[in-house]
Ligand binder design. Sequence first.
Ligand SMILES: [Zn+2]
Length: 250
Amino acid sequence: MLCDAHVHVGYFQDQYFSPEDVVRGLRRLGVGRWAVSSTSTSGKPWAFVRKEYERICELADKQSVLLLWLTPEMLIQSRDLRKYDVLPFCGLKIHGANGWRVGGQPLRRAFALARERKWPVILHTGGFPEYEAGRFGPLCRTFPDVPVILAHGRPIEQALNVMQQSDNAWADTAFMPLRDVQRLLASGMSRRVLFGSDYPAPACFYKAPLASYYRRRVLTLQRSCGASWPLLARRNFMALFDRPSRKEEK
Ligand SMILES: [Zn+2]
């Protein structure tokens, strides 16, 4: 079974990817489980986003790990995140583009809430200097018991450095060049790298049909990772999202 740690529904650039589209697409690709958050959060009201998450639960409750895409405004509206407890979220997704400051109090508060709830935090990395992986090193060290996934692992030197300093830092392979994946594996990080695709976002960046892109990407990674592939494709996902401490509290 293939597990994808980085999947979205919702509005992205000028396209809309409904929960139906995404669930159907992933199932056709043979993906068994996925961690999903809504890109609609950046432009749509919570009531809209909530419906998307509810629909995912209706369609694929067992297969989906719901991640709450959190903005600073959402944290102001619900300082303890209780407003969002209507859905079975299992982690936070944080994107710097929503206005988080890396050294700011709101982001520290989000991490403290994640710690309380034993949730991992998925952080977007790359694209702008303020979202580079190295900037998140101090947060990883301040919250050693919060698993932090440096999505995309950009730039790779910084991501690797943070992972070497903090056992709680992970990376996912979404849009990651093969040589960077290799670099992580060669540096002994195979237990903290997750296969992630950013599905369906590649549809907005590549000409090839999404399903062909995805299949090719999986095959290439599988070949290139060799014996480590089952870790990236499945076992690390389960180690992160099926931690016994979390299950007990459900
Ligand atoms: Zn993403």
